[in-house]
Design a protein. Sequence first.
Length: 67
Amino acid sequence: MDITNYFIGVLTGVSVTTFFIGKEWYRYYTKYTIQQKQLDRVLKLNDKIKKLKSLSTAETPNLNAGI
């Protein structure tokens, strides 16, 4: 009977430990993926801003020369 209680205790301990480790891994995974998506959005927005700035500076001298 003692060996059965021992195995039940070990199994319970392993299950609880696995639950908490999995919970932390999931928290890290979701945090990482959300940060990665935010970084992708910021980089995409930055590229658009750079493109608009380069277009506006390239067109400005042409407009001034025509006046």
